[in-house]
Ligand binder design. Structure first.
Ligand code: DC
Length: 229
């Protein structure tokens, strides 16, 4: 079975734990390289949101797989629409992140979402961020990056993001939830969070976003050049 819709189109993957700066790095790289952007966490957040919104228990695997199969999102710039509702902000809530992490541990949900993620691979290229981009979804990516940061730093960053978006946030609750999410995302049987073999690993704890972008961009440019993409 082929693992990609268009193997010749270059993909940059960014994997890492919650609030490690994947989204910021992915957006910066996509803008610098002129590539499309895939925030794969959004798919799991949408399934989590639909489950909570429609009262489907997070333990009902069959119903959750159905929700994932029937997901028909519409992306319009930064806006995400689902079932006629604009959900960009709602999907960012901390409780939706936790629900996403729970549904993401189910193999059937992951399988149902795989095709839609691979369909994001379009010319001239794609930057994809998540937990299994380099290991499962795009194993043939030309450039793989794994970013980490200390949990205290990640909780502070997420707190700032949530407050800036006008969403509720509490730093000690965040610390606990991010810690639990780390354990669940890295400890699950299917597609656990881990660095892809050969990935460039960047610890961003003491780096600001522009330093991380500069390092990642230099790496991607040299990989794209050396593989003639
Ligand atoms: O990146 P994020 O915080 O939006 O992701 C929310 C959850 O979705 C995360 O805790 C685990 C899950 N996820 C996943 O399992 N695989 C991905 N490729 C992306 C996200």
């Amino acid at each position: 079975m082929s693992f990609s819709t268009s193997p010749s189109i270059p993909v940059v993957t960014i994997d890492g734990p919650a609030a490690s700066g994947k989204g910021t790095l992915a957006a910066g790289l996509a803008a610098a390289l002129g590539f499309h952007l895939l925030d794969s966490g959004l798919f799991y957040r949408m399934v989590g949101w639909k489950a909570l919104d429609s009262g489907v228990p997070l333990s009902d695997e069959v119903a959750l797989i159905r929700l994932a199969i029937d997901l028909r999102p519409r992306f319009d710039g930064e806006a995400v629409w689902l079932d006629g509702r604009e959900l960009s902000l709602a999907l960012r809530q901390q409780e939706i992140g936790t629900a996403a992490s729970e549904v993401a541990a189910l193999q059937g949900v992951r399988t149902a979402l795989l095709h839609a993620q691979r369909m994001a691979r379009r010319v001239p290229g794609l930057v994809a961020d998540g937990r299994d981009m380099g290991t499962v979804v795009f194993p043939d990516a030309v450039c793989k990056i794994f970013i980490t940061a200390g949990i205290e730093e990640r909780a502070q960053r997420r707190h700032k993001q949530l407050i800036e978006k006008g969403l509720p946030s509490n730093i000690s609750t965040l610390l606990q939830e991010i810690g639990e999410r780390d354990v669940r995302d890295a400890g699950r049987d299917v597609a656990p969070l881990k660095a892809a073999p050969g990935a460039l690993e960047i610890d961003t704890t003491k780096l600001d976003a522009s330093m991380v972008l500069a390092q990642a961009l230099a790496y991607c440019r040299s990989r794209l050049k050396s593989t003639d993409c």
